[in-house]
Ligand binder design. Structure first.
Ligand SMILES: C[S@@+](CC[C@H](N)C(=O)[O-])C[C@H]1O[C@@H](n2cnc3c(N)ncnc32)[C@H](O)[C@@H]1O
Length: 289
């Protein structure tokens, strides 16, 4: 799931830690797994560490009391807070740079040739705070150059965490987060703010539309996607959950469309309907030559 940067996240202070009983732990694990695909089976310490303070601030003394509130809440607010606390949405610009090279050298030339309508459908699924879709938008802008205005290449960027989506909309990043961006992109696509951080320029921001979406729920779209990035999201999903999601992606990929996953993730090449192209890159067959 979310880069639940799990193991490193032990609480700094164990003072006042509220511990989970086995029953509470199993019930919380099952809730999160069923609804969000996230496997917290080995994350007991992380949950206690990240949630104890919040429980205490709310005057709760046990996880049972907390879960009673969580399970009954129909507004979505409780679960949003939970996900914001237990997931770490680590991401950075130019992550897995080879993907952006392949995008410019292979994917975009193919899509340019096969889309006379000048309309590409692109999805960054599990976009975190926007680093991935904005990097895609910069790569696309550079590829099309002066012809970009003739193309609609709007990127749909979705995540389950409202926290990261708000950050993504602001598009403001610390210098460290953009350190892998080539200098020519930095000067072209970012503005430096007075406090030393950087904001993505309006032209690139307009290319990305952010929306909340839980990948565990059924999804359908008006038109299929020519390119889907779902990188470093499935790491914490178990095998069947991942396979189901890949099938769902396949159903919303256009013929000849591409799926990019994270380099540390694997798709079972014997069962997937996608054609394997190279590590972490797949294509749906049947597209125009
Ligand atoms: C580690 S970040 C990866 C960000 C980016 N794709 C990258 O590779 O840098 C994983 C993101 O997946 C999101 N995520 C996890 N489970 C999800 C789910 N069930 N539905 C939608 N997004 C989810 C998390 O909130 C998190 O922002």
């Amino acid at each position: 799931m979310a880069d639940l940067s799990m193991s490193k996240a032990a609480p700094k202070k164990a003072v006042g830690l509220i511990t989970l009983t086995d029953q509470e732990f199993n019930s919380l694990v099952s809730f999160v797994k069923t609804k969000y695909g996230i496997n917290l089976e080995k994350k007991r310490v992380l949950i206690e560490g990240r949630l104890s303070n919040m429980l205490r601030e709310r005057g709760l003394t046990t996880f049972r009391q907390y879960m009673d509130i969580l399970f009954k809440d129909t507004s979505g607010a409780e679960v949003t807070t939970l996900l914001n606390r237990i997931t770490t949405n680590h991401s950075f610009f130019m992550r897995e740079k080879e993907h952006f090279d392949f995008l410019q050298k292979t994917v975009l030339p193919y899509l340019e040739r096969t889309h006379p309508g000048h309309d590409l459908r692109i999805w960054s699924a599990g976009c975190s705070a926007g680093q991935e879709p904005y990097t895609m938008a910069m790569a696309i802008d550079e590829y099309f150059g002066p012809n970009k205005s003739k193309w609609d290449t709007t990127i749909l960027a979705t995540d389950i965490s409202m926290n990261v989506l708000e950050k993504a909309q602001r598009a403001i990043y610390e210098a460290d987060n953009i350190k892998d961006i080539p200098e020519k992109w930095r000067s072209k696509y970012f503005k430096r703010l007075a406090n030393g951080s950087y904001q993505v320029c309006d032209k690139i921001r307009k290319e990305v539309v952010f929306r909340p979406l839980n990948l565990m729920e059924p999804f359908s779209f008006r038109k299929p996607f020519d390119l889907i990035f779902c990188r470093n999201v499935m790491i914490y999903f178990d095998g069947p959950t991942k396979e189901k999601l890949i099938d769902k992606y396949y159903n919303v990929t256009s013929k000849g469309g591409y799926l990019f996953i994270g380099h540390s993730e694997v798709i079972n090449r014997d069962t997937t309907k996608y054609i394997y192209l190279q590590p972490a890159i797949y294509q749906k067959g049947g597209g125009p030559a």
